[in-house]
Design a binder for this molecule. Structure first.
Ligand code: TYD
Length: 218
């Protein structure tokens, strides 16, 4: 079965979830899937995505847990996102490419809003004013028990980038509940993907959703 997205202008897809849920693996598998269909794909991530954003990322994901408070984080993530949209996401979509992004606005709502207590309407307002109110066409929420995810994340080799991981299980349970509730709030855009399965099964589920989406948009 071939999918045809060529009649449209690009496609913006994001992946969300807690730590260690397997976003990177699934992004790469989906990239391969699209490339097999001869579609042009770029992968990117937040915080980061531009040279400037990647430089700032280092300071956000490493160091002491309390080095930034949630309000400061909200402003920094927005600044990084605006640059990312301007320099990478918008141009790619306008050129008809598919953009697969590891984290976006939903992470800010959950990490800074739900877990960090920053007013969520203010975060949505910031997104509106500073980030063009840009939302992905689809968001895959990789739904995994935070105890398992955190354990996986802590086994990673690069233990310098573990500022968020170090915030403890209660924090990560709040993050998990935040994503679950957000998915319930926006069930059309945010697709719940059971992430405790093996990676090829997860990938099949994601691909079958893409087929459905392509049909809807035909
Ligand atoms: P990332 O490296 O993607 O974490 P992981 O590899 O575990 O998926 O993201 C770094 C951290 O940044 C992650 O713990 C979540 C956090 N974050 C926010 O708190 N707010 C945001 O808006 C974004 C994009 C990320």
């Amino acid at each position: 079965m071939k999918i045809n997205l060529s009649s449209q202008k690009g496609l913006f897809i994001t992946f969300e979830g807690g730590e260690g849920v397997g976003k990177t693996t699934q992004i790469n598998l989906l990239k391969n899937f699209f490339e097999e269909q001869n579609l042009e794909v770029i992968t990117t991530r937040e915080p980061g995505g531009t040279e400037e954003g990647e430089n700032i990322r280092k300071f956000l994901v490493s160091g002491k847990a309390n080095s930034w408070d949630s309000y400061s984080e909200a402003l920094i993530f927005n600044a990084i996102r605006r640059e990312h949209i301007n320099k990478v996401i918008k141009p790619a979509i306008e050129n008809g490419k598919i953009v697969l992004c590891d984290r976006f606005i939903d992470s800010t709502i959950v990490y800074q809003g739900v877990a960090g207590n920053v007013n969520q309407s203010n975060l949505l307002q910031l997104h509106k004013e500073y980030c063009y109110n840009l939302y992905p066409a689809v968001t895959f929420f990789l739904n995994l028990n935070p105890l398992i995810g955190l354990e996986r994340a802590n086994q990673r080799l690069n233990q310098n980038d573990n500022r968020f991981e170090s915030l403890g299980i209660n924090y990560h349970k709040m993050v998990y509940d935040g994503f679950v509730n957000l998915q319930k709030k926006y069930p059309k855009r945010i697709i719940n993907v059971e992430a405790g399965l093996n990676k090829s099964l997860i990938s099949k589920k994601i691909n079958s959703f893409i087929y459905k989406l392509a049909k809807i948009n035909e």
